[in-house]
Structure formats: structure tokens, C-alpha cells
Design a protein around this ligand. Structure first.
Ligand code: ADP
Length: 473
């Protein structure tokens, strides 16, 4: 743990496991209530001076952290693959994506503009300034263990907030590596702090109730997000919530089904399906279902599951045993209600995979609204295919979910694509595009997928207060 510029040891520790092999790859301290208190005190004290620094000073430090990240790209990626499981190439991409946030917000820090507003009274002037919200509590997930940290910390630090980070219990080593980067970049003691913990509840509670914490930023499941948001609301905290998703992907009849299947297989099996923007319902026009399913299944079949450090691995493990059980339960439920397994549909244990948490890339056809997988987030390598007849039907089916994070459309007709873009109730829509994300673009969801946006100028606003000065002259 890292509190007030000091590395804290001497606590009881908990192990970190490689999900591909089951091996323990390290241990980290399990924080106590005193550590939580110390971190809040440190961040609160550090805020007094940090908020007075110019955006140029903060920008330089963020820029230095970006440089260090890029220099250590390979080491960070290897650590990520061992701790989280994704193939090394995907880890390298994530480290780059994570670093992008540091660079983007190093630049954006200098554009913390306010405004001057004309008054109706001759002897009055209005001035609006932006000021940092204060101490931020940040809770991050394990599926993107580095980029979810920089996506929160970079804008928080750029705006002049101080931060306490609590990473997921499965991936604290990536968080520790990032803290070392912030330390080496020269952030003053107390500005960035890290609490590692096996049971996240006391930290979550402190973030939502301690009066010194002004803002909670959370990425994780909708159920935990709702709980924390309730507690934060009772204490009038600012919140940003990036929660679950259940992304529809619509292949319109004018699109090439083979091209669409290629794109959707890439995004579906990315990170073994463990992404909140992973397609969870793939709608294909009934006339094109056959070539689409054939291509999707053939691509799923060709993916090599294994240890992400091995060259040629296309699909890493799931994070743990519970994740395997969840995926398997959804597949079994779908099959019992009439879905057909086109490929996969089982745990993988042969070829040295038995010590890890591997599930075969799976394609299900004949999926209907009566199945669990139609409504529940899978977070695994399962592509459920549903057929439809008309544009109106498919838009209604796509919107029929409590979630509203990402959606995907394949169409070569500008009118169809624009109508769908406007009719879909989702925060991020990829149009013939399977990667509609960037540090420069707002990421976030509607409905139970969350509150607020990360990245882009919207991402900075999340950490700012608006202060109005009315001057009688
Ligand atoms: P997942 O099911 O994908 O692991 P979670 O929402 O459980 O999603 O976890 C996301 C993050 O939220 C992790 O950092 C985890 O430790 C944290 N978390 C889970 N439960 C709580 C809680 N009650 N209070 C605070 N943080 C929590």
C-alpha cells in the first residue's frame, strides 16, 4: 500500500493468483481501518497545497507519468498478463490505452476554462471558475486493471483533486506498479494513495460516508454500484458510476454478414468476453443468419485458448472459478430452453489448461428472450445469436434491457445506420466499428449502466465544481 508517499508493509497479506495457471504470483497487504483513516487524512492534507498548483505543474507530472508508462510498457504488460490473464498483445494494447489517458489529461489540464457571463445589471459582472471537487475515492475492477486506473486518476489529478485508489482484490499488483510510476513521476506525498484490501466493504463505506471524501468514482458491477451510490447519495457525494452492460449488436440486411461476423468475433472474444461493452446479444436478419453463424463459429473455433504469455494465444482464461460457473450456468440454461451450441459450450481442461479457468469460445444460435443470457451480463466468451425480421422489431429488442452502455451496428446504408444510432438508448454506439473508445471520447452508459462519463472533456468535468462570482462594481 502507498499512503502519504510511504510504502506500507507489515500487515497481514493476501495472495494474488495467475488465472491461467492457478499459481500464486505475489502477495499484498490487507489494509486495516487505521490504514483507511491514514489514507483519507493524507489525501485531505495534501489537497490543501495540491489544489493551489497551476494546471501547468500538474500537466508536467502527468506527462512524466505517461513517459514512464510508455518506457515500461512491456514490463507492465507482462505483469498484467500474469495477473489478469489476457494475451500479451492485448495487455500491450491496454497499457497503451491506459497511458493515453495520462497524455490526454496532461494536455486537457491546461484547458480548465471558466467563463464570464454578461449581466442584465449595468453594475454587475459574473465570473465562473472551475475548482477541484476535493478528495476522490476511486474503486477499480480487475478486467482492465491498468486503464481503469488512469481513466479515473488522470482527470482527477489534472483537475487538482487528491486520490485514494482501491483496486480489485484480484489485480492489486498492476495498481502497485502504477503507484510506483506516480511516485517516480514526482507527485507529492498524499496526492495519490493506494489501499489494497481483500474485503472491499469497509473501504467502500468510508469512501461513501467520510465527510473528507468529496467524490466516489466506481467501475464495477451494477449491483455493487447501486449499493454504493445509495450510500453516497445519503451523504451527498458526487459520484461517477461505470457499471454493467448488455450490448446488442445489430447486423442489418444490407451489411456483409461475413465482414460483420469477423468484427463481432473480435470484439466478443476480446478479453475473453470480460468487458462491460462486450456484445451480449447479436441480432442477425433471418435471411443472413446462416452465413453469419458459419463465419462466427469458424472464427471462434480457430481461437487458441491458453496462457497469455504463450505466442499464438488468442483467448485467455476467465478470472476465477465463479466466472466459469456463471458462464456455464447461462449456457446450460439457454440450451435447456432450446438454444443450439454451434461451437464450444464447455470448460477447457485438456492440454495443460486444467489448473486455469478456461472456457471454450462459444456460439449459441436460436437464443430467445426466455433465456437468462438474453438479460444477464455474461462476462465470458459466449456469443448468443438471435434472428429478427424488421428494423422496428430489432430496435425494440435491442432497447429491451435495463442496461444502456454499448451497442454495435453493421450497415452499409447511411439512413439505416443513422436511424439506428438515434433510436438506440446506449451511451456508446459503434457503427461498423468494433472499437468506439479513446481517451478523447466520452465513455459511459445510460439506465443502470451508470452515471457520468470518463475520458474526453466530460471526464474532467466529473472532478470539477462550478463556482460563480457575482461582482457588484
Ligand atoms: P465484479 O463482479 O466484476 O468483480 P464488483 O462490482 O464486485 O465486480 O467489483 C468491482 C470493484 O468493486 C472491485 O474493486 C471490488 O473490490 C469492488 N467492490 C465490490 N464490492 C464492494 C463493496 N461492497 N464496497 C466497495 N467496493 C466493492
Amino acid at each position: 500500500m502507498y499512503i502519504n508517499g510511504e510504502w506500507i508493509t507489515g500487515r497481514s497479506e493476501f495472495p494474488v493468483t495467475n488465472p491461467a495457471t492457478g499459481e500464486t504470483i505475489g502477495t499484498v497487504p490487507d489494509c486495516t481501518n487505521q490504514d483507511i483513516e491514514a489514507a483519507i487524512t493524507a489525501a485531505d492534507r495534501a489537497f490543501i497545497e495540491w489544489k493551489k498548483t497551476t494546471p501547468y505543474v500538474r500537466s508536467r507530472l502527468l506527462y512524466r507519468a505517461w513517459e514512464l508508462m510508455i518506457r515500461q510498457k512491456r514490463t507492465l504488460a507482462e505483469l498484467m498478463t500474469r495477473e489478469q490473464g489476457k494475451p500479451l498483445k492485448a495487455s500491450l494494447n491496454e497499457v497503451q490505452y491506459g497511458a493515453d489517458f495520462l497524455l490526454w489529461f496532461a494536455e486537457e489540464a491546461k484547458r480548465l476554462y471558466g467563463q464570464s457571463i454578461p449581466s442584465a445589471r449595468e453594475n454587475q459582472r459574473f465570473l465562473v471558475q472551475k475548482s477541484p471537487v476535493g478528495v476522490v475515492g476511486a474503486i477499480t475492477p480487475w478486467n482492465y486493471p491498468i486503464s481503469m486506473i488512469t481513466r479515473k486518476l488522470a482527470p482527477a489529478l489534472a483537475s487538482g483533486c487528491t486520490v485514494i485508489l482501491k483496486p480489485a482484490e484480484s489485480t492489486p499488483l498492476c495498481a502497485k506498479a502504477m503507484m510506483e510510476i506516480f511516485e517516480d513521476a514526482g507527485f507529492p506525498p498524499g496526492v495519490v494513495n493506494l489501499l489494497t484490501v481483500q474485503n472491499p466493504e469497509p473501504v467502500g463505506k468510508a469512501f461513501c460516508t467520510d465527510p473528507r471524501i468529496r467524490k466516489l468514482t466506481f467501475t464495477g458491477s451494477t449491483s455493487v454500484g447501486k449499493e454504493l451510490n445509495g450510500l453516497a447519495a445519503a451523504n451527498m457525494k458526487r459520484v461517477s458510476m461505470e457499471l454493467g452492460g448488455h450490448a446488442p449488436a445489430i447486423v442489418f440486411p444490407d451489411a456483409d454478414p461475413v465482414h460483420a461476423a469477423k468484427g463481432l468475433s473480435l470484439v466478443k472474444f476480446l478479453n475473453t468476453g470480460q468487458a462491460c461493452i462486450s456484445p451480449n446479444r447479436i441480432f442477425v436478419h433471418e435471411d443472413h443468419a446462416e452465413p453469419f453463424i458459419r463465419e462466427l463459429s469458424s472464427r471462434a473455433n480457430r481461437l487458441v485458448a491458453g496462457n497469455g504469455m504463450t505466442e499464438g494465444t488468442g483467448l485467455g482464461p476467465l478470472i476465477n472459478e465463479l466466472a466459469i460457473q456463471k458462464v456455464d450456468t447461462q449456457v446450460k440454461d439457454a440450451v435447456s430452453r432450446g438454444a443450439r451450441v454451434e461451437t464450444g459450450g464447455r470448460r477447457l481442461t485438456d492440454g495443460g489448461l486444467s489448473d486455469g479457468y478456461f472456457y471454450a469460445p462459444t456460439v449459441l444460435s436460436g437464443v430467445t428472450a426466455a433465456m437468462k443470457i438474453y438479460r444477464d451480463e455474461t462476462f465470458g466468451p459466449v456469443a448468443p445469436v438471435i434472428t429478427y425480421r424488421s428494423e422496428d422489431d430489432v430496435i425494440a429488442m435491442a432497447n429491451d434491457t435495463d442496461y444502456g452502455l454499448a451497442a454495435y451496428i453493421y450497415s452499409n446504408d447511411i439512413g439505416t445506420a443513422m436511424r439506428a444510432f438515434e433510436a438506440l438508448d446506449f451511451g456508446i454506439i459503434g457503427i461498423n466499428d468494433i472499437n468506439p473508445t479513446s481517451a478523447a471520447a466520452p465513455f459511459g452508459g445510460m439506465k443502470t449502466s451508470g452515471l457520468g462519463r470518463e475520458g474526453a472533456k466530460e471526464g474532467l468535468e466529473e472532478y470539477l465544481e462550478t463556482k460563480l462570482g457575482g461582482f457588484a462594481i
